[in-house]
Design a protein around this ligand. Structure first.
Ligand SMILES: C[S@@+](CC[C@H](N)C(=O)[O-])C[C@H]1O[C@@H](n2cnc3c(N)ncnc32)[C@H](O)[C@@H]1O
Length: 404
């Protein structure tokens, strides 16, 4: 189940004690790049308004949500809050307040290698994951997350391990046959820019699946409910599915939700319920421009977003499979000049077909598209948003590309 909504609204509708594990990776305070995940440069401005009032405003915003999370967590449940140096110290105090100092378990250091250092300080190379439980009765499957012992340790204890395999126990001084009890420093590489998942979803804050795998295996069992209320492009839910947990993802961004669904579909999960996406012309008119554009490309065409920056030559995305260019206009009465310019952009890609999506087109635009077909054999399809919606509703979301 994926909800496209402000998580505060959705969490308030969950029954008490209904979830086994929560992992959350919220926007970090004071990091504009992080905050402006799906947007363009214009979105940076809204960041300033959002956290006006400083860290207290941010922590309060988080606290409202964490209170709901504490309520819906089962007595055996756990919560992992992913953050970094910007606000981890403030968030820990807030978590103590909501969950109780006694229910703190770990501040896990996720240590990674990477480039870029300041001459003024040591390299910042870790995130913090605050791990709390609802009570002392928490699920914790240590044997499912043991890690291999260091080679030197294995060498030192070689004969003991051999003896354990033969069924003999040497007491305290032996190594565990399933490996070492991991500590609270985890060295896991971030998702590389060249990674297929990163390239496919073009999403900067993507977290490694290995990180989620350890959390989910340790703090839930098969069939349990795992929730990620800031789900991004769905790392938690993909891993939860693979590990045979039930899962719920929430994200306020329609782009994130579309990508999440696409990612799940591509990993073989077909029956994904996506609730709260825009369904009417009115909903679509209210979307931020980049969300509208992404909605058309991903939801409407099952396509891929253009890697280029906003305003760059008028191609916003490409259709699924045939990779024909798409241009998106969140406006009415799109005219002749738009078709004219798009035609040049399509010619540059050496494609024979392209799509312009808008709320409506002028007669001049239609004539220009017809002329283009007649004289150059280039097909510019003008797709009114209402037709796109109608086709999506009749065929089910994600099927539109098959209609062309
Ligand atoms: C850092 S990203 C999560 C990345 C995710 N862990 C992954 O691996 O893909 C944070 C997400 O929180 C979402 N978000 C921000 N405010 C939200 C809110 N109030 N309710 C739900 N989602 C929100 C953003 O749209 C963004 O996708």
């Amino acid at each position: 189940m994926i909800y496209c909504d402000d998580n505060l609204v959705r969490l308030a509708q969950f029954p008490d004690e209904s979830v086994d594990l929560i992992y959350l990776d919220p926007p970090f305070f004071s990091n504009k790049k992080y905050e402006v995940i799906w947007g363009d440069e214009g979105e940076v401005r809204s960041f300033e308004d959002r956290w006006e009032g400083g860290i207290e405003v941010y922590v309060q915003w988080m606290k409202e949500r964490v209170i709901e999370m504490q309520r819906i967590l089962k007595d055996t449940g756990s919560i992992y809050l992913h953050c970094d140096w910007h606000a981890s110290h403030y968030l820990k105090v807030m978590m103590d307040d909501v969950f109780g100092y006694g229910n703190f378990q770990n501040d896990i250091v996720w240590y990674y290698r990477g480039a870029g250092v300041s001459k003024k300080r040591f390299g910042r190379r870790h995130d913090i994951i605050l791990f709390y439980t609802k009570s002392r009765e928490n699920t914790f499957n240590i044997d499912d997350v043991r890690t291999p012992y260091a080679e030197a340790t294995q060498e030192r204890f070689k004969h003991h391990i051999g003896n354990i395999r033969k069924g003999r126990d040497f007491g305290l001084q032996t190594l565990h046959p399933k490996g070492k009890h991991p500590d609270d420093v985890w060295q896991i590489q971030p998702v590389a820019p060249s990674d297929t998942v990163r390239k496919l979803y073009n999403y900067p804050t993507l977290k490694p699946e290995a990180l989620l795998e350890r959390i989910i295996k340790a703090s839930s069992n098969e069939g349990d409910v795992v929730l990620d209320p800031f789900c991004g492009c769905g790392t938690t839910v993909v891993v939860a599915e693979r590990l045979e947990r039930k899962w719920i993802g929430i994200d306020i961004s329609p782009t994130a939700c579309s990508l999440m669904k696409l990612r799940l579909n591509r990993t073989g999960v077909k029956n994904v319920s996506l609730i709260g996406m825009p369904v009417t012309i009115g909903d679509l008119k209210k979307l931020k421009p980049f969300e509208f554009q992404n909605w058309v490309v991903i939801e409407g065409f099952n396509g891929s977003l253009s890697p280029r920056k906003v305003g760059d030559k008028g191609i916003d995305g490409f259709t699924f499979m045939s990779h024909d260019p798409i241009q998106v206009k969140q406006s009415e009465k799109v005219g002749r000049n738009v078709v004219d310019n798009f035609q040049t952009a399509v010619e540059r890609t050496k494609k024979q077909k392209g799509y312009i999506v808008a709320f409506s087109f002028t007669r001049g635009a239609k004539e220009e598209a017809a002329r283009c077909k007649r004289q150059k054999g280039l097909e510019i399809k003008l797709v009114p948003v209402k037709d796109l919606l109608k086709k999506m509703h009749s065929k089910g979301s994600g099927q539109f590309s098959l209609l062309f």
